[in-house]
Design a protein around this ligand. Sequence first.
Ligand code: SAH
Ligand code: SF4
Ligand code: F3S
Length: 445
Amino acid sequence: MRVCIVTFGCQMNDYDSGRIAGMLRDRGADLVEDPKKADFIIVNTCSVRRHAEDRVLSLLGKLRAWRRRDPARRLVVAGCMAEREAGSIAGRFPHVDFLVGARRITEIGRLYDAVSSGRPAARGGPLVAVGDAPGGDGVDFGDAPAVRPIAHQACVAVSRGCNRRCSYCVVPSARGPEKSRTAEDIEEEARRLAADGVREITLLGQTIDSYGRDLGDGTSLESLLRRLYGIPGLLRLRFITNHPANCRESLFRTMAELSDKVMPFIHMPAQSGSDRILKLMRRGYTREKYLRLLDAARRLCPGIGIASDFIAGFPTESRADFEDTLDLVRRAGFQSCFLFKYSPRPGTEAAGMPDDVPEAEKKARHAELAALQAGISERLNRERIGCVEEVLVDSPSKTDPGRLTGRSRSFRIVIFPGGPDLIGSLVRVKIEKATALALYGSLVR
Ligand code: SAH
Ligand code: SF4
Ligand code: F3S
């Protein structure tokens, strides 16, 4: 059958979609980009903000006609929204055939087998598989995606779920408690990937600092990095996402020790610069603790790139709270930030708080933060002018096929003239120009 996978959400969802793609390709599926050309569509969904859900709902509405046109077609809704909203999706969109939660995606393989061998879909509503898989311990890491957008880059999930309870967040309810994958398993996977031409591996976990704690055998992110460091062929290792309440200085020491492979970059969301709001968010740290962690990171890993996330307009956020956030951003010197307007999520603790920052004010605060950070990113990027960056070449530039795009060691985008033969190799680029988003230069032979 012709299969199309449409993905919303974070890198964990991209990862899952890649796994689904590999699973179905092994079963003989023909993967297509255009949903209109498919007989079997999988929408892998995200619940993190209302906007993400709205985009999914609008797509599901549009697929009604597609589904009707041919009775052999099948529509699968997978991922976090399937987990949280199975009942309401089934009620509102009777043309959905299957709902498969984020912890059950391997069942899509079996569904595909049933459908492609001509067995009919369930009558009287969609087939629903959510929660933990029956039997076993509920975690199914499977193999890393065999289908990768860039052949020499791969993500590897090292843990699933999240044990924290940030008051605004749906991830624990969608993905369940944190479960780590064994270090042996991850190493084996990484070796296979490196043998398959992968040069850069990104380890994925919601709070990657706590990786391994539930294994109870002393495994940690640090010990995992040491283990993966020796893999031949692997040039770069990185990991996301760090949580400031769990992150320790020992991580930066390990990064410094392994600095020829482990990239000097962390993504460690602060969410707010106001202690009062951080408390309401149940983040488990103060702005001072956060800033001290950044100091430690820079002391132990000079030149480290630091990225963060912020939520503007959390319940009861006053102008003074927001000024604290602006002040934190000014002090922190982030390489980049992901900025979001607060979106109340049903079932979370914060949904019971007043969503009292008006939408226009959320938008204004979001824009103010974006403008502040753009200035900082540009200033920090301009400091690289004249320097030579080591770049792993990703692909031809989307806007100019005569140029290549890649990432520096601190994960900055670098664009320079060059031919496709360089893709997947490490090159040196002298930086001549910089914007808030990228560095531009030319190859140093
Ligand atoms: N595990 C990561 C974040 C995962 S969600 C961590 O703890 O840092 C990705 C980002 O979405 C979060 O960092 C947060 O900034 C944003 N986010 C999550 N829930 C949100 C909500 N209800 N409204 C607005 N932004 C939200
Ligand atoms: Fe959500 Fe907090 Fe867990 Fe991140 S740490 S996934 S924000 S609950
Ligand atoms: Fe990711 Fe969205 Fe789920 S951010 S974990 S796909 S709710």
